[in-house]
Design a protein around this ligand. Structure first.
Ligand code: SF4
Ligand code: SF4
Length: 168
């Protein structure tokens, strides 16, 4: 495996330069066995995420909008000393097509000194990010390509997959 790329500016630029290649690789991966691909991704994810320090990055917390559940909203509203209704109006936005509600600020209002200030109670979406431990990787390739230019873990896993399959 090549040394990991951790430079966020370079990763962002690669997301633009390699967009076409990434979508072609997405089409290629649709022809690979789902189980085999999941095993490869899980192995790469475990290896690569173990070598990346999220507290030295924080790029997801500064650039993305995590989805929040009713339980998250209840907790955050109490924290902010607001009613749930006011919290929803002030600090969230809705995606009606997905029927999901998201925090509405970047950087996240709970991100401070490169740390999540509500770490023990962070939303499930944050706990789960970048979602590479889940099964059916092939069904989430659109979001993988979106996250490729944001998250060094996703970038390095995807690039390593290209090397494994000798994809250019
Ligand atoms: S809630 Fe915490 S983990 Fe989630 S985006 Fe905000 S700072 Fe990051
Ligand atoms: S999950 Fe990815 S983007 Fe978020 S802090 Fe870790 S390496 Fe950075």
């Amino acid at each position: 495996m090549k040394p990991l790329e951790l430079d966020l500016q370079k990763i962002k630029l690669e997301g633009e330069v390699k967009e076409d290649q990434n979508y072609r690789f997405r089409s290629f991966l649709k022809g690979v066995s789902e189980n085999k691909l999941d095993k490869q991704v899980h192995r790469l994810y475990e290896d690569i995420s173990g070598r990346i320090d999220c507290t030295a990055c924080g790029n997801c917390c500064t650039t993305m909008y995590p989805s929040v559940s009713r339980k998250d909203i209840k907790f955050m509203a109490q924290l902010e000393n607001e009613s749930e209704k006011t919290f929803i109006e002030k600090f969230t936005k809705e995606d009606t097509s997905e029927k999901l509600r998201y925090l509405n600020q970047t950087p996240c209002r709970y991100f401070s000194d490169c740390k999540c200030t509500i770490y023990e109670n962070r939303p499930k979406d944050c706990r789960s990010f970048p979602h590479l431990h889940k099964s059916l990787f092939v069904s989430r390739l659109y979001s993988v390509i979106n996250n490729y230019s944001i998250c060094p873990i996703v970038y390095n896993v995807f690039e390593e997959l290209k090397r494994i399959y000798r994809f250019r």
